[in-house]
Ligand binder design. Structure first.
Ligand code: ATP
Ligand code: MG
Length: 556
């Protein structure tokens, strides 16, 4: 079995871990450190550099150095580095390549598989781009795991026999994530998660920078904001100041020769008190409240019911943040064992579950996500092919979701529940994985009888679908083995006989070749099947869409 590593690809820093001797172990980079700054640069000779070396040139060569690229993932924006423009995926893949190299050299084996963490609040596109960055770095990405889930997993491994509601509060460099989990008998279940993709320590730094440059302007009438070199120095000092203020009451910012006016040099010399800093960031800290409220109300768990508030992320070291949490929840938060490493450790634990190093039945069980959207056929306006979504793709499992439907015509006494899997809004293009009939509906005018359909997806990959006639309580249910849904597929081996086949031969051949090194990649496997099916059915637009998607995933 291949070794799979866990990677916390953070806004400010990146860490990697592997599961060894029954615990997650941090991997050391070429500088002998656990933590690698998420900074990429081009050095004087035009080579790509990552980590501390890139961070070191931030001041000297801000135009050749990129930081905090994670904030741009999933956003169509390019970054300039040196003379070239790069996509956020390319920059991220340089960081991941660096990780792959040092992990391979540290472990003395070729590492090519990884679990990569992302903020729980990342959308589908941001997840896909993260996965793409992993692939571009030469990894097979076994799983994208949510950061707070990973943090809870590393905590859970040590507190397996406790029963509790744990709220993970992760305030990092660029993102805020809050997740509520329930732990019982070694099972970790994500109840709800929310957050803010654009809130973190970086914003604290910016407030300090604004303040310091404002002071400078007031004192000397010099505007520093257009001078990237000066701004890089102010940013550097702002960061130092912020970190110092986590442990001391004041900090003196001193930057010699920051600017010159009429040949006279001006230095920055400003004392910042903790109180001043807190005033500058108060509204940012208060912005964490809304996602917290969402998580509590979505999970139906009150602040009083929480057993533990677990702090993760470097920015939770800010004293105001801790005070705010304590005041808001009425409870003292607890610091994760290793707040900086908890996510990477959790990702390594998830990796070990996938590789079989951790036996799920005897040790820890993690909630997983379903890779495809699940729903039923429903009537929507004039469309009777409508895919009514019950469990959206990438929903954490185990999960149970219910939805109510109403009778569509007068005296309707039975309903056929057709269960589909797939991403199209039309069931025609999705994959029917089961069906059953619910009869005995009391005869009434249309819309007067309700049927509640519930989908329960457990961690063993079983989907139980139940239809209940609300007025009588009568119900019928079926179990669908999601790991075996392939058997119910139609035979597509004859796709080459279709007129469309010529256009897709290359794509399919490349994807099939790609699959040889990636057995078990369900998503690509499914896409291949769907594409062949669309070709057989001569559905051009569907085939084109699927063909593009397939190329995207396999890089073919
Ligand atoms: N002692 C400290 N006091 C205040 N802030 C700190 C301290 N140490 C680190 N930070 C801040 O924590 C942030 C980095 O935290 P962390 O490494 O958890 O983030 P990340 O994982 O890189 O980012 P994210 O999770 O948002 O993608 C930075 O903004 C850093 O300045
Ligand atoms: Mg983080």
């Amino acid at each position: 079995m291949d070794t799979i590593i866990g990677i916390d690809l953070g806004t400010s820093t990146t860490e990697a871990a592997v599961y060894q001797d029954k615990k997650p172990v941090l991997l050391l980079n070429y500088d002998g450190k656990e933590v690698t700054p998420s900074v990429v640069g081009i050095d004087d000779s035009g080579n790509v550099i990552v980590g501390e070396r890139a961070e070191a040139q931030l001041l000297l060569a801000p135009g050749r150095t990129v930081r905090e690229v994670k904030r741009l993932i999933g956003v169509s924006e390019e970054v300039e580095m040196g003379k070239r423009h790069y996509s956020p995926v390319e920059i991220s893949s340089m960081i991941l390549s660096y990780v792959r190299n040092y992990a391979s050299s540290y472990l003395d084996m070729d590492i090519s598989r990884a679990v990569i963490s992302v903020p729980a609040y990342f959308d589908e596109r941001q997840r896909q781009e993260t996965m793409e960055a992993g692939r571009a770095a030469g990894f097979m990405v076994d799983r994208i795991i949510n950061e707070p889930t990973a943090a809870a997993l590393s905590y859970g491994l040590e507190h397996m026999d406790e029963e509790s509601y744990v709220l993970v509060y992760d305030l990092g460099g660029g993102t805020f994530d809050v997740t509520l989990l329930e732990m019982f008998e070694g099972v970790l279940e994500v109840k709800a998660s929310s957050g803010d993709n654009q809130l973190g320590g970086k914003d604290f730094d910016q407030r300090l920078m604004q303040y310091l440059t404002g002071q400078f302007q007031d004192k000397y009438g010099i505007d520093l904001t257009g001078d990237p070199y000066a701004m890089a120095r102010v940013r550097d000092e702002s960061l130092r100041c912020k970190i110092a203020l986590s442990t001391q009451e004041e900090y003196r910012v001193q930057i010699p020769v920051l600017a010159t006016k009429e040949d006279i040099p001006y230095a920055m010399d400003e004392v910042v008190t903790r109180a001043k800093f807190e005033e500058l960031i108060l509204d940012l800290v208060t912005r964490t409240h809304e996602p917290i409220d969402v998580v509590l109300s979505d999970s139906g768990i009150s602040a009083q019911q929480l057993d533990k508030i677990l702090l993760v992320g470097g920015s939770t070291r800010v004293p105001l943040v801790r005070r705010d949490i304590e005041a808001y929840f009425g409870k003292k938060p607890e610091v994760a064992v290793d707040p900086d490493y908890a996510v990477a450790q959790g990702a390594a634990i998830q990796a070990a579950i996938i590789s079989g190093q951790i036996d799920e039945s005897s040790e820890i069980v993690m909630t997983d996500v379903n890779p495809y959207t699940l729903g039923i056929r429903a009537i929507h306006g004039y469309d009777d092919d409508y895919m009514s979504v019950i469990i959206p793709r990438n929903k954490t499992i185990p999960t149970t979701k219910k939805q109510k439907y109403y009778t569509s015509w007068d005296e309707q006494t039975s309903a056929v529940i057709e269960v589909y899997q797939g991403e199209s809004s039309s069931v025609r293009y999705n994959h029917c994985i089961g069906e059953f009939t619910l009869s005995g509906i009391p005869s009434k005018p249309a819309g007067m009888e309700a049927i509640e359909v519930s989908f329960s997806y457990n961690q063993n990959g079983m989907l139980q679908v139940t239809g209940e006639i609300v007025s009588t309580g009568e119900e019928v249910s079926i179990d669908i083995d999601m790991l075996n849904t392939k058997e119910k597929r139609i035979d597509v081996s004859d796709w080459k006989s279709s007129e469309l086949a010529g256009d897709y031969r290359g794509v399919i051949r490349r994807a099939e070749k790609w699959m040889k090194g990636h057995e078990g990649d369900q998503r690509v496997d499914e896409l291949l099947y769907q594409l062949k099916k669309a070709i057989l059915e001569e559905d051009e637009s569907q085939a084109e869409e699927l063909g593009d998607e397939l190329q995207y995933y396999t890089g073919a």
